[in-house]
Design a protein around this ligand. Structure first.
Ligand SMILES: Nc1nc2c(c(=O)[nH]1)N[C@H]1C(S)=C(S)[C@@H](COP(=O)(O)O)O[C@H]1N2
Ligand SMILES: [Mo]
Length: 255
């Protein structure tokens, strides 16, 4: 199965919530994991989805010439929460990215400190489950490297991304989460630049995450903090993310 086929397949599975359209799928693929997945599952389990998409595989990277002339902004585009307005009031000069939870040394990093760390630049395709894709360039620091500065404790299993915006206008903040091990994927970065300029507000200024093997809703914008936790229970609605809690999209979100 090519990456593109896998992406389309999983997008369908995810939008459908659980039911997987089987027609034509046998043409898609010969991998044993994929067949086992189809044979066993009416609802894709998290373990099956992780088996289907090997976690260490890299997402395709593109050339400058392939970049989208316009990159669509989606979800929150101009947060109005008090904490975000306080940050924009002086151009993010007071911004501190917090790393907390199950770490030995909680951190508060300024944008200058993040920029001083070794960087990675990647041109990748963002796939939103709503049915659009854009290719853009992202520059940032490996998430795993930042977490290592804080020192994850052995019990830490998940990384929770805390955002500054209230997408549903219900007082709750957008949030997302991944397995801690997924933070160490080479293309999991905390991005401060997009398309060779500082990350603009519609795309998540001053810092967002890029997880290039995952769908759009996992790419949390307006990051205030990450917390390492042992369990997602008790965080938001307990399903690991804003859209996951709403019942619309599944937690894995892999492509
Ligand atoms: N904090 C926050 N992050 C978010 C969202 C949001 O509303 N708030 N929307 C998500 C969705 S559904 C998509 S497709 C992408 C859109 O990123 P973009 O605006 O850079 O295109 O951000 C994701 N991250
Ligand atoms: Mo999305």
């Amino acid at each position: 199965m090519t990456d593109e086929q896998r992406r389309r397949f999983l997008s369908r599975a995810i939008v459908a919530g659980s039911a997987v359209a089987l027609a034509g799928c046998n043409k898609l693929n010969d991998s044993a994991g994929f067949r086992a997945f189809l044979a066993g599952a009416d609802a894709p389990t998290d373990a099956a989805l992780h088996a289907l998409t090997p976690e260490d595989a890299l997402a395709r990277e593109f050339t400058e010439a392939e970049m989208s002339p316009v990159f669509k902004a989606n979800g929150s585009k101009n947060p109005q929460t008090p904490e975000y307005l306080a940050l924009t009031a002086n151009g993010f000069a007071d911004y501190r990215f917090k790393v907390g939870g199950l770490v030995r040394t909680p951190l508060e990093l300024s944008l200058d400190q993040l920029r001083a760390l070794p960087s990675r630049t990647q041109i990748t395709r963002h796939d939103c489950v709503e049915g659009w894709s854009c290719i853009g360039k992202w520059k940032g620091v490996n998430l795993g490297r930042v977490l290592d500065l804080a020192g994850p404790m052995p019990a830490a299993k998940y990384v929770v991304f805390r955002c500054a915006d209230d997408y549903g206008h219900n007082g709750g903040r957008y949030y997302e989460s991944i397995y801690l091990r997924e933070a160490y994927h080479p293309q999991s970065i905390l991005a401060y630049d997009m398309n060779d300029a500082a990350l603009p507000i519609p795309h998540g200024a001053p810092l967002r995450v890029r997880l290039e093997r995952k769908l759009g809703y996992k790419q949390a914008k307006y990051l205030l903090a990450v917390d390492l936790v042992e369990s997602l229970a008790g965080i938001g609605g307990g399903k690991g993310g804003y859209w996951e809690d709403s019942g619309n999209y599944i937690w894995h979100g892999g492509i």
